[in-house]
Design a binder for this molecule. Structure first.
Ligand SMILES: N[C@@H](CCC(=O)N[C@@H](CS)C(=O)NCC(=O)O)C(=O)O
Length: 202
């Protein structure tokens, strides 16, 4: 299978982390959307990354669907609980929370690279506020736990670290570590994982 992605997309990082944690063999192809001949425009009608192309050509899109599919491929290192419906719901809600942070950070990014006269301060404010509230919610939920859910890494942790790494990239002046010390401690711990280290190498 082949993953089409980019070095900066937080959704791509999330699914890369899932593939790496599950040790699923795959080819990772950087496929910048802006370039003519971009493969993703041919395989994903939405023209978005990540897109996972299976060996028979079937294209899986949206990072949530890819993560779910990849997790189902093997019983080793289960990242989305299968039998405990409440735990499964909690993990999927963590993912939605992290994806929402990514969505809002991207909205802020899109707005802030417009020329100053075209920027909409209200949109920037709306999404920055949503990010702040989501981070506070995450910090409260995490409390002093080592993992977002249960006693091992899950998709919840992989989604959250992807969102936070994107904030570090695009909103470096946002001091989320200072505001939420427990998130900072959790982040240091998960950042040492092999999958996260590899994903940061490019
Ligand atoms: N909900 C989608 C979001 C994917 C997404 O928006 N990807 C961005 C890159 S970070 C993209 O491809 N944007 C191109 C576009 O929308 O034209 C997912 O989780 O996969």
């Amino acid at each position: 299978m082949k993953l089409l992605g980019s070095t900066t997309s937080p959704y791509v990082r999330k699914v890369r982390l899932v593939l790496l944690e599950k040790s699923i063999p795959h080819e990772y192809v950087i496929d910048p959307l802006q370039q003519p001949g971009s493969q993703v425009l041919q395989v994903n009608p939405l023209g978005r990354i990540p897109a996972l192309i299976l060996d028979d050509g079937f294209c899986v899109f949206d990072s949530t669907v890819i993560a779910d599919y990849v997790d189902s491929l093997s019983d080793s290192q289960i990242l989305i609980p299968r039998h405990d419906a409440a735990a499964r719901l909690r993990v999927k809600r963590w993912e939605a929370l992290a994806d929402g942070i990514m969505d809002s950070a991207i909205m802020v990014r899109i707005e802030s690279i417009r020329s100053p006269e075209k920027q909409d301060a209200a949109i920037i404010e709306l999404h920055n506020t949503a990010i702040s509230k989501a981070l506070a919610f995450a910090a409260e939920l995490l409390d002093a736990q080592t993992w977002c859910e249960g006693d091992a890494v899950t998709l919840a942790d992989l989604a959250l670290v992807s969102a936070l790494l994107y904030l570090d990239l695009r909103q470096a002046d946002r001091d989320w570590r200072g505001s939420h010390k427990n998130l900072a401690t959790w982040f240091e711990h998960i950042s040492a994982r092999r999958s996260v280290v590899i994903s940061r190498e490019g």
